[in-house]
Write a protein that binds this ligand. Structure first.
Ligand code: HEM
Length: 130
């Protein structure tokens, strides 16, 4: 199975787990005061729904979809708008992998490296917009 297919299936199992997005944001917000500050005014239930689609866009990009959705995210997260510094994506990725490992009952090392590969590809498009 391709890395993108492994991730798609793993993500399906995560989305079926009721607290996946709550646990992700708990871990991500706990990873740095800088990150917590960025979400101080955010409607978190709405943000969780937006991220559900955002992760899907990263996976679809790895499966060959155009980069236009990710370039739009690059623009919203850029210096002049949300101002998300590129190094913060490392914390995002660590929090996500930690959460996936706790929710995907079939999680193993090849699934972990598939997630890293698939997400890094799309994250570089977003970071390039900074
Ligand atoms: C908003 C996805 C990384 C902070 C959003 C939105 C999406 C999204 C879909 C809402 C739509 C938009 O504003 O364009 C993602 C994805 C990421 C990522 C897929 C990783 C690849 C980050 C990181 C931070 C961050 C590393 C660092 C703190 C924010 C903030 C908002 C936001 C502050 C606005 C929240 C609000 O409306 O108050 N993100 N994001 N994001 N993101 Fe991200």
């Amino acid at each position: 199975m391709s890395p993108a297919d492994l991730v798609m299936q793993s993500y399906g199992r995560c989305c079926a787990s009721p607290t996946f997005f709550d646990d992700f944001y708990r871990s991500f917000l706990d990873s740095s005061p800088q990150i917590r500050a960025k979400f101080a005014e955010t409607d978190m239930p709405a943000q969780k729904l937006l991220l559900r689609q955002g992760i899907l866009n990263l996976v679809m990009y790895a499966r060959g979809m155009s980069d236009s959705k990710l370039r739009a995210l690059g623009e919203s997260h850029s210096r002049g708008r949300l101002d998300i510094r590129p190094e913060l994506y490392d914390l995002w990725l660590d929090a996500l992998l930690l959460t996936v490992s706790g929710h995907d009952k079939q999680f193993n090392e090849s699934i972990r490296s598939a997630w890293r590969e698939v997400l890094n590809k799309g994250i570089s498009v977003i970071k390039a917009g900074y």
